[in-house]
Ligand binder design. Structure first.
Ligand code: ATP
Length: 803
């Protein structure tokens, strides 16, 4: 019965699609947000069920939903639906003549044919090839083809993340130099000058710009009658639910739309809705109507929860609807000669300092840092604080000891690991992309790289558009001496071509694995000649392991496309994460493990050949000798005494200032990232119809706040953005650490004022740790935690010890 109903719906949807195609003819689609056009015959108003959407005259059309048809051929609806969508066919065997920069791969020609088919059939689509398979080039091919064969010369509007604008401009220059493609960005007066220059019909074919400008210059840009609107990295549409989609389109005059994304996960109703709204705006023009469409077969049993089978059916139906509009090819299928990508998870121990902070966060809800200011900062976000502990304790303490060559390494397990790994990678001739979500961590890394004479570049949300292109060129130049590229995951993860690197280090992982995958695939793309190795750094037994585990699950889900359970909209990802975090807080440091790989194991994981392995082993031995076999991670006795202190004042506050995590209430904080506005600011502005210039000014003010103040609460973000969106981190470094050597001054003497307060002291901390070790009986914390100052390694080679 359910299958029959699905079939029925598909037939009706096919009719609706046909109607949309007919209604459009070649007319301009004017999308008025919130308005339901009366002209639009297929727009569904509230309360209309799919059946209602079939117009009077359609009722005479031959209809496969006839019960007799259903019983004999349940797939008829799908076939009919598909044939309606690509009814006009055009075969393309060679690339357009104006596409001069190279030869399209056969699958790219097929992609072009598919996009032309959508064009011929007056429909919109999503090109969702895996990252690095050439979506940019295929899109340029489409634009060239339309100009050559269909006399459609634009103007087309390409909207992409700011970071990839230069990439688009370069690809146009390389592949289709005859097409006038302009990069529309810059300060207000620069844009004004550009508008003047390009005013008038036919002065350009393609305008490339980013989301922010679309909003800011809407008044000018919406006067242009655009042919194609192409949204690159269109998964941003999903993150913003339909609001972004609506705003991007709102009031713009566009005929066709093409969305490009390498990560088209479709695991929530909102995401699917956003995609469908993009593809079939006149049919799926409200979430409610969308839900009605897909819940219709179950309407008569609304009080009964759906069985798994039924849920799967609903999901399956959604996919049937979307499938003809999405083209996705995978690297393994089409780029057989692309070298492989291997992901290696490298677990790191934590230094004694990191452990103290981690414990303070889980027990007190904050760290007692008490440096020059003499105040402890309260937590804005527990999971964020834990993750900071995992990255580097200096994230809490400003410039303290920052220019000390040894300390900067000894203080963090991940730095300690990097300090062993990087020289090997450099010597073996590998080139590295390192991604982190925290720009302040990248500041610290920069100092480390300077102290250790590694040549590097850096790109984050604050990098100007004009500088981004230069940086990419510098890094990708033949024989470039640059060894490393430090990138913030948000700004550098999308769209960049960095295939001259063959190693990726994910310093920290995002809750949303798609973000990480995007980042990894900067190196794993056409043009890559070597095997790509991705190292994911994870602090053992910490919140990061949970994130990783969750990421694995989610990727599994992605592989299977979607699972029924995800349609359970009552349990949100935010709630799940909250539960998870509660558990992490309860566990505290008790789950710190010891399954850190030995140096030899790391070498095995890192080496790409036997020769490399032998070289790595040798390098380790030389280093150990150089260091006289000293432990490499900071031990208890080295942790500054003031680290143990926690401000009494804050502890006595009731309730704990940032305990919204437990109470469900949170202060809302925003950060500025990527482009000049944060997503949250952007979205709120969209909702409220605010003035973007003011907002940008406001966001600039925020940049001057202390780093902590500009951090974002993930839970808030989640509830406001979408269930699947990841935590958002500061992209425009709020306060770059001074990259000038500082004189070391101990912020607080051992016996000094920092010891005031009744927080954790080194003694109590040690006592607690000892209790934990005895109680779980597993020798937890062995390695760095014990054997202070003896300079010896643990016998099992764990922690910072040797093999
Ligand atoms: N046919 C081709 N011949 C040579 N190089 C190509 C070809 N197609 C794509 N490339 C190159 O492959 C790289 C990846 O292409 P592109 O950036 O278009 O991929 P993408 O699918 O848009 O990736 P992402 O999803 O990460 O943005 C680019 O450097 C591009 O120049």
């Amino acid at each position: 019965m359910l299958l029959g109903k699905t079939n029925d719906l598909l037939v009706q949807l096919g009719v609706a699609v046909q109607k949309q195609k007919d209604a459009e003819h070649d007319g301009i689609e004017v999308l008025e947000s919130g308005l339901e056009s009366n002209d639009n015959l297929m727009s569904a108003s509230k309360g209309e069920s799919p059946a209602d959407l079939v117009l009077e005259e359609d009722k005479d059309l031959p209809n496969d939903s006839d019960p007799s048809v259903q019983s004999s051929d349940l797939l008829a609806g799908q076939r009919q639906y598909n044939s309606v969508i690509h009814s006009i066919e055009e075969s393309i065997t060679e690339q357009p003549a104006t596409l001069e920069g190279g030869e399209l791969r056969p699958y790219q020609v097929e992609g072009l044919q598919w996009m032309v088919s959508l064009f011929n059939n007056s429909l919109n689509g999503i090109l969702a090839d895996e990252m690095g398979l050439g979506k940019t080039i295929q899109t340029i091919a489409l634009i060239a083809y339309l100009a050559e064969k269909k006399n459609v010369t634009g103007p087309h509007l390409i909207i992409a993340p700011k970071a990839v604008l230069p990439n688009w401009a370069n690809e146009f220059k390389t592949w289709a130099p005859k097409i006038v493609a302009i990069l529309y960005d810059g300060k207000m007066d620069q844009r004004k000058a550009m508008r003047k220059k390009y005013l008038g019909e036919g002065k350009f074919s393609v305008m490339i710009t980013h989301y922010d400008i679309i909003m800011r210059d809407r008044l000018y840009l919406n006067k242009i009658r655009w042919y194609y609107m192409i949204v690159d990295e269109g998964h941003r549409l999903k993150n913003h639910e339909c609001r972004l989609a609506k705003t991007v389109k709102d009031g713009y005059q566009i005929r066709r739309r093409l969305l490009l994304t390498g990560t088209p996960i479709q695991n929530s109703l909102q995401e699917l809705w956003a995609l469908l709204n993009f593809l079939l705006p006149t049919i799926f023009n409200s979430v409610q109507n969308f839900e009605e469409w897909f819940n219709a077969p179950f309407a008569d049993k609304s009080d009964i929860s759906l069985t798994n089978e039924e849920q799967l059916l609903v999901i399956n139906r959604l996919h049937q609807v979307i499938r003809p509009f999405i083209l996705r090819r995978k690297k393994v299928e089409v780029e057989k000669f692309l070298p492989t990508k291997t992901q290696v998870i490298l677990k790191c121990d934590l230094s004694a300092w990191q452990k103290v902070y981690y414990q303070q966060v889980t027990e007190l809800g904050r760290v007692g840092q008490d440096t020059e200011s003499g105040t402890s900062k309260s937590l804005q976000n527990l999971s964020m604080q834990l993750r900071k502990c995992c990255n580097h304790p200096y994230l809490f303490v400003g410039d303290y000891n920052i220019w000390q060559r040894e300390e900067i390494v000894r203080a963090s397990g991940k730095f300690e690991l990097l300090d062993r790994l990087l020289p090997k990678l450099e010597k073996a001739g590998h080139r590295v992309l390192l991604f982190s979500q925290m720009t302040r961590l990248i500041d610290i890394l920069e100092i480390y790289l300077q102290l250790h004479n590694f040549k590097y570049l850096r790109l984050d949300g604050s990098t100007k558009t004009e500088d981004r292109g230069t940086l990419l060129k510098q890094f990708n130049a033949p024989d470039s001496p640059i060894f490393m590229f430090l990138l913030s995951t948000r700004a550098g993860g999308l769209g960049l071509n960095l295939q001259t690197a063959d190693t990726v280090i994910m310093f920290d992982s995002d809750w949303n694995p798609q973000m990480d995958q995007q980042a990894e695939d900067r190196a794993h793309r056409i043009g890559q000649k070597k095997e790509v190795r991705v190292f994911v750094l994870v602090s053992v037994g910490s919140v990061e392991e949970v994130i990783l585990e969750r990421a694995k699950q989610k990727m599994g889900i992605d592989a299977k496309v979607i699972q029924a359970g995800l349609f359970n909209t009552t349990s949100t990802a935010a709630e799940d994460r909250k539960e998870m975090l509660k558990e992490i807080m309860r566990r505290g440091t008790n789950s710190f493990g010891t399954d850190v790989p030995s140096e030899r194991e790391i070498n095995r994981l890192a080496a790409r050949s036997d020769d490399e392995y032998r070289m790595f082993e040798l390098m380790d031995e030389e280093r150990r000798q150089r260091e006289s076999y000293r432990t490499r991670l900071m031990e208890d006795h080295e942790v500054p005494e003031w680290v143990f202190s926690a401000a009494r004042a804050e502890k006595t506050k009731e309730p704990e200032p940032d305990s919204g995590f437990f109470t469900g209430k949170r202060k809302r904080k925003e950060i500025v990232y990527s482009d000049s506005l944060s997503d949250l600011q952007w979205m709120k502005a969209v909702e409220n119809g605010e003035d973007f210039t003011k907002l940008t000014a406001r966001s600039k003010k925020k940049e001057t706040l202390a780093p902590e103040a500009s951090e974002f609460t993930s839970e808030t973000a989640e509830s406001l953005i979408s269930e699947e969106s990841s935590e958002v981190y500061t992209e425009q470094a709020p306060k770059r650490l001074k990259i000038v050597p500082l004189k070391f001054t101990s912020p607080v003497s051992e016996s000094g004022s920092a010891l005031r307060g009744d927080g954790l002291t080194r003694k109590t901390y040690k006592r607690k740790r000892l209790t934990a070790i005895i109680s779980d009986g597993q020798g937890q914390g062995q390695g760095q935690g014990q054997g202070q100052g003896q300079g010896n390694q643990t016998p099992n080679g764990r922690g910072s010890g040797w093999i």
